[in-house]
Write a protein that binds this ligand. Structure first.
Ligand SMILES: [Zn+2]
Length: 76
């Protein structure tokens, strides 16, 4: 029984080390400027001017609009 507890603690410690290692790696490789949390290009809404990731923007006639905001897509 004692050996199982020791194994569990060892596995937990190894998991913690791996977790912090990968987190440090990601932080080092991702440039902060001009990137969203997903690492996408940012575009600005042609109507309200809000900056948002390209995948969340609605593209219309070469311009981008907020997909979440019906007033931006609908037009005047
Ligand atoms: Zn908008």
């Amino acid at each position: 029984m004692g050996r199982i507890v020791i194994l569990l603690i060892l596995a937990f410690l190894i998991w913690l080390v791996f977790k912090s290692f990968f987190r440090a790696q990601v932080r080092r490789e991702t440039p902060i400027a001009a990137r969203s949390a997903k690492g996408e290009d940012m575009v600005s809404c042609a109507r309200c001017g809000v900056n948002l990731p390209r995948s969340e923007a609605e593209s219309k006639e070469g311009r981008f609009f907020c997909r979440d905001n019906p007033r931006c897509i609908a037009g005047p």
